[in-house]
Design a protein around this ligand. Structure first.
Ligand SMILES: O=C1O[C@H](COP(=O)(O)O)[C@@H](O)[C@H](O)[C@H]1O
Length: 268
C-alpha cells in the first residue's frame, strides 16, 4: 500500500479543474496501454465538482468514453433517478452528456430494483458484478486485500466527509471493520439517508490509485485527523490507500490544520 501524498490547490474550483485534468490523463494512458480504463466514482460536493469540471474540460474529447468502465464507491439506497442518489447526480453533471457504453456503466442497485430496501442483498449483487468483471479481465483476477475479487480500478475517487467518512464507511460502524467482503450494506448511517451500499476498505485498497478529495473549512479537521496517524475504525479516510498511489487533493481551506511537514510548501 502506498503512503499518502498531499497536493494543495488555491481553492475548490481550481482543485476540481486540476483533478479533472489528472483524471483525463490517467484514463487516456490506461486506454492506450490496455484498451480500456476503469474508474470508481464518488458522490458528494467534491466528487460532483470534479465531474462538472471534467464536463467543461476541452481535453475531455481525448477520452474514448465508450472504453471506460464506471463503478461507484457508494450509493444511497433510494429509487432510481432520486436526486439524492450519487448515480443521478453524476448523470446530471457529466454522464448524460458523454457517449458512454451503457454495458460499462455499473451503478449500484436502487431501492425500486430487484433487491428493494434490502441493502445487504444489494451489496451482495454488486460484489457479484465486480467479481464477474474481475474474472472477465484475467484468469487470475486481482483480489481485494482481504477477500473477494474486484476488477483493476485505475483510479478510485473518494470524497472525505467532515467526520472522516469515505464512500459510506462511517467511523465506528460495522462497514469500516469489514475485512472479507468487497461490498457491504450500511444501516443507520449518521448522514441521511441511513440505508446505503458501500465498497469496503479491502476493495478500495485493491485500486491502483486512490484519490481523496476535500475542500472547504468544514473538512479541515477531518483531513488533519486522517493524516495524523488515526486508526481507520475511528477515521475511515485514514485507511483508504491505493496500491501504487494515495493522493489527497485539497484546497487551502481544507489544508489549514494539516500537521506541519505534510503541507507541501511548493503548492501553498
Ligand atoms: O454521503 C456521502 O458523502 C461523501 C462526502 O460528501 P461531501 O459532500 O461531504 O463531500 C461522499 O463522497 C459519498 O460518496 C457520499 O455518499
Amino acid at each position: 500500500m502506498s503512503a499518502p501524498q498531499v497536493v494543495v490547490h488555491r481553492d475548490k474550483e481550481l482543485m476540481a479543474k486540476a483533478a479533472a485534468a489528472r483524471l483525463i490523463t490517467k484514463v487516456v494512458d490506461a486506454q492506450a496501454t490496455r484498451g480500456f480504463a476503469s474508474v470508481v466514482l464518488t458522490g458528494g460536493r467534491n466528487g460532483n465538482g470534479l465531474l462538472a469540471a471534467l464536463a467543461e474540460a476541452p481535453a475531455r474529447d481525448a477520452v474514448d468514453w465508450s472504453r471506460l468502465h464506471l463503478w461507484w464507491g457508494d450509493e444511497r439506497l433510494l429509487p432510481d433517478g432520486d436526486p439524492e442518489r450519487n448515480h443521478t447526480q453524476a448523470r446530471e453533471v457529466l454522464l448524460d452528456s458523454v457517449p458512454l457504453d451503457p454495458a460499462r456503466v455499473h451503478p449500484m442497485p436502487a431501492s425500486d430494483g430487484p433487491y428493494g430496501n434490502d441493502a445487504d442483498a444489494a451489496a451482495e449483487a454488486y460484489a457479484a458484478e465486480l467479481a464477474a468483471a474481475a474474472a472477465h479481465e484475467t484468469a487470475s483476477p486481482p483480489a481485494g486485500a482481504g477477500g473477494g475479487p474486484v476488477p483493476t480500478f485505475d483510479v478510485l475517487l473518494l470524497g472525505v466527509g467532515p467526520d472522516t467518512h469515505v464512500a459510506s464507511l462511517f467511523p465506528e460502524l460495522p462497514g469500516v471493520r469489514e475485512t472479507e467482503r468487497t461490498v457491504v450494506g450500511v444501516h443507520g448511517a449518521p448522514k441521511p439517508p441511513p440505508t446505503r451500499v458501500s465498497l469496503t476498505l479491502p476493495a478500495i485498497r485493491a485500486a491502483r490509485e486512490v484519490w481523496l478529495l476535500a475542500a472547504g473549512e468544514d473538512k479541515a479537521n477531518a483531513v488533519a485527523i486522517a493524516l495524523s496517524g488515526a486508526g481507520e475504525v475511528q477515521a475511515p479516510a485514514a485507511g483508504a490507500r491505493g496500491r501504487n498511489r494515495t493522493l489527497w487533493l485539497l484546497d487551502e481551506a481544507a489544508a489549514t490544520r494539516l500537521p506541519r511537514g505534510l503541507y507541501p510548501p511548493a503548492s501553498a
